[in-house]
Design a protein around this ligand. Structure first.
Ligand code: GAR
Length: 217
C-alpha cells in the first residue's frame, strides 16, 4: 500500500502542523505531509513546512473576486497532490459548500472548544464567561455546517479559578497536539470514516461528542 498523501491548510503559527509533521516523520511508508497551503504570506507555519522540506503555497483570498473563486483555485492546487486527507490546522477561512463537498469524508478540522459548544471564534473567552468548569478541543469531519460536522475525538481540561483566555488557549493547544495526530493516524490507517453523517471508528459509530482523550480506562 502506498503512503497516504496529506495536505495541511494553515493561516498562522502552525503548531498543529508541527505536531502532524513530527508525528508522521518516522512513518514515511504510512503517510506524508505532501504540501502545506496558507492564505497568509506571513504565517509562521510556512517556516515550519520549509524546515521539514515540505512544499508550501500561499494563496491570498484577497487576490480572488469572491469566496468561490478562491476555493476553486485552492482545490485545483491542492488536487495536484492527490490528497487522501486534507487537514485544516488553524485555517481561518470559511469554506464554500463546493469545497467541503469536494473533500467530503477526507476533510478534518480542529476546533478549540468542546463542540457543539462555542462554534466560531473567541472560544476560550466564551468558556470563561459562561463559568464552565471544563474546556477543551474537538477534531471533527468538516461538512457544510461551520464547526458542525461529526466529532471524532475531544480532549478536556479543567478550568482553574486563575485561568484567563491565554492560559486556557495554552492548555488547549497542548491537547490539540495530542489528539490531531491521533485522529489523522486513525484516518490514514483506514480505521476512521465518515458514513451517513456520522464518524465511524473501527467499524463503530461514534457518539455525538466523538471519543475522548485520554481514553476511558
Ligand atoms: C488552534 O487552536 C485551532 O484549534 C484553531 O486555531 C488554532 C491554530 O493554532 N482553529 C480554529 O479556531 C478554527 N475555527 P496553530 O496555528 O498553532 O495550529
Amino acid at each position: 500500500m502506498s503512503a497516504k498523501s496529506i495536505v495541511v491548510l494553515i493561516s498562522g503559527s502552525g503548531s498543529n502542523l508541527q505536531a502532524l509533521l513530527d508525528h508522521f516523520a518516522d512513518q514515511p511508508d504510512v503517510a506524508r505531509i505532501s504540501a502545506v497551503f496558507s492564505n497568509k504570506a506571513d504565517a509562521y507555519g510556512l517556516e515550519r513546512a520549509a524546515k521539514a522540506g515540505v512544499p508550501s503555497h500561499v494563496l491570498s483570498h484577497r487576490d480572488y473576486a469572491d469566496r468561490l473563486s478562491f476555493d476553486q483555485a485552492m482545490m485545483a492546487q491542492i488536487d495536484q497532490y492527490q490528497p487522501d486527507l486534507v487537514i485544516l490546522a488553524g485555517f481561518m477561512r470559511i469554506l464554500t459548500p463546493e469545497f467541503t463537498r469536494h473533500y467530503a469524508g477526507r476533510l478534518l478540522n480542529i476546533h478549540p472548544s468542546l463542540l457543539p459548544k462555542y462554534k466560531g471564534l473567541d472560544t476560550h473567552q466564551r468558556a470563561l464567561a459562561a463559568g464552565d468548569s471544563e474546556h477543551g478541543c474537538s477534531v471533527h469531519f468538516v461538512t457544510e455546517e461551520l464547526d458542525g460536522g461529526p466529532v471524532i475525538i475531544q480532549a478536556r481540561t479543567a478550568v482553574a479559578a486563575q485561568d484567563d483566555a491565554d492560559s486556557l488557549a495554552h492548555k488547549v493547544h497542548a491537547l490539540e497536539h495530542r489528539i490531531y495526530p491521533l485522529a489523522a493516524q486513525w484516518f490514514v490507517e483506514g480505521r476512521l470514516q465518515l458514513a451517513n453523517n456520522c464518524a465511524v471508528l473501527n467499524g463503530a459509530v461514534l457518539p455525538v461528542c466523538g471519543s475522548s482523550f485520554p481514553p476511558a480506562p
